[in-house]
Design a binder for this molecule. Structure first.
Ligand code: CAA
Ligand code: NAD
Length: 387
């Protein structure tokens, strides 16, 4: 089995710089690659800040750790002596396929390409690269150093060795907030586990955000509806944190692969077109120029029905079981907790699933969003046998 020592992290953005940071902290030699020096510099600034903060806490020696990091603007030369590429470029299939091919054309014959795509099929990413058996998925959560979950994905052609190496590298990467949780994804289906579970909540989210926009309700008030959940981030803050472009491209991918009901709503489309991408551009639902916003949640919009959200998530979790992406609903709940620091749908909702099915059917009748129709596994309660 290949011994991974040299890793190229492709993309120095939100995810790439976090991945590069945890990789140098593990002891790997890392070259972080982007297309422009300014993107590399921004990524480097974030890594420096993180590593220096850890030195202040006496947890590492910054100079030693940073000494393992190089940067480059040229992927073809950066992969020459690399054992693995972890790719975190923009969420577009054409770009991912192209950089995968550049990796295989220029890297050594053992190089592995692991994509951090949020949604896209690993088989398709690798199909034209000439070595699909060396392509896998390694899906991190944002921010990488603090979120425990990494989903490791097998494409149809991923070899056992590639999958095992990807698992081993994932397990080796430290997490600053608890123990790493590695979720093997048994089938490369859109969104894998955690994102897929929550993707159709986006259908409801687009509906509610467009409604709030039409009624002139401020985003703070919409977020205030969710404050009762005590989740670590309110939904509009989280959307900004993740990046509106990532959600937008993800939704388009789900439209292509799952259903037209995932079509991005008016609000998200407008923000995407106006480049109000959230944290990364300084403006999204909120202004990020002074750091992470803390919305005033004293006035609620009163638009959100949590039973519908619970029903949508449980239904989608059941689809994951039907499609063989995972074998047990506990894995779904655990992965969601490790990836988003919020509970999954099953443990809380399983005892009242019949009531939730009724709610979901009413919502489908109201909106015509037929993708949300309860699936067989949910309707029959068969999922209860898959704990
Ligand atoms: N290196 C070193 N230390 C770091 C660091 C880094 N890169 N980043 C943060 N830290 C440190 C901070 O300095 C801080 O320590 P000090 O207080 O000693 O300075 C500590 O970590 C905690 O940082 P924060 O104060 O920022 O943390 P918080 O308590 O506010 O929690 C959070 C932050 C964990 C992100 C929490 O808000 C949360 O769980 N949010 C939800 C995030 C989420 O859902 N992510 C998943 C999105 S979906 C996704 O990612 C998948 C996809 O494909 C789109
Ligand atoms: P980002 O926009 O912050 O960073 C992407 C970086 O990739 C940019 O700096 C861009 O210049 C660079 N890039 C684009 N094309 C490139 C190329 N051909 N070669 C080298 N660099 C290139 O985006 P991000 O949030 O870091 O997302 C990156 C990937 O990670 C996406 O696939 C996204 O779906 C996935 N992801 C994002 C999150 C999240 O919360 N943001 C979480 C998990 C996974």
């Amino acid at each position: 089995m290949v011994d991974i020592k040299n890793i190229v992290v492709l993309g120095a953005g939100l995810m790439g710089n976090g991945i590069a940071q945890v990789a140098i902290m593990t002891g790997y030699n890392v070259t972080m690659v982007d297309v422009k020096q300014e993107f590399v510099d921004k990524g480097m600034a974030s890594i420096n800040k993180g590593v220096n903060r850890l030195e202040e806490k006496g947890l590492l020696k910054a100079a030693e750790v940073l000494g393992r990091l190089k940067t480059s603007l040229d992927l073809a030369s950066a992969v020459k002596d690399a054992d693995m590429v972890i790719e975190a470029v923009v969420e577009r299939m054409d770009v991912k396929k192209q950089v995968c091919k550049t990796t295989m054309d220029n890297g050594p014959s053992h190089i592995i390409y692991a994509s951090n795509t949020s949604t896209m099929d690993i088989t398709e990413i690798g199909e034209d690269c000439g070595a699909p058996e060396r392509v896998s998925g390694m899906h991190f959560f944002n921010p990488v150093p603090l979120m425990r979950c990494i989903e490791v994905i097998r494409g149809d052609k991923t070899s056992d060795e590639t999958f095992q190496i990807t698992m081993d590298v994932a397990k080796s990467l430290p997490c600053l907030r608890g123990e790493r949780y590695i979720a093997p994804v048994l089938k490369s289906r859109p969104g894998f586990i955690v994102n897929r579970l929550n993707a159709p909540v986006g259908i409801y989210g687009h509906y509610i955000r467009d409604l709030a926009y039409e009624k002139g309700i401020p985003w703070e008030q919409l977020d205030a509806d969710y404050a009762v959940l005590k989740a670590p981030m309110l939904p509009c803050v989280l959307s900004d944190y993740v990046g509106i472009d990532t959600s937008y491209y993800g939704a388009l991918y789900y439209v292509e692969k799952l259903s037209p009901d995932f079509k991005p709503g008016k609000v998200i489309t407008m923000m995407f077109n106006e480049k109000k991408l959230g944290r990364k551009t300084g403006q999204g639902f909120y202004d990020w120029s002074e750091g992470r916003p803390t919305p005033d949640t004293s006035i609620k919009a009163g638009l959100v029905d949590f039973d519908i959200i619970a029903a949508i998530r449980m239904n989608e979790g059941c689809r994951l079981l039907e499609e063989g992406v995972v074998k047990s609903y506990n894995v779904i709940d655990e992965a969601n907790m490790a990836g988003m620091n919020t509970p999954g749908p099953f443990e809380r909702g399983k005892d009242r699933y019949k009531e939730l099915i009724k709610k979901l059917e009413e919502f489908v009748a109201l909106t015509g969003k037929t993708y949300l129709t309860p699936c067989e596994m949910f309707k029959t309660g068969k999922f209860l046998e898959m704990a």
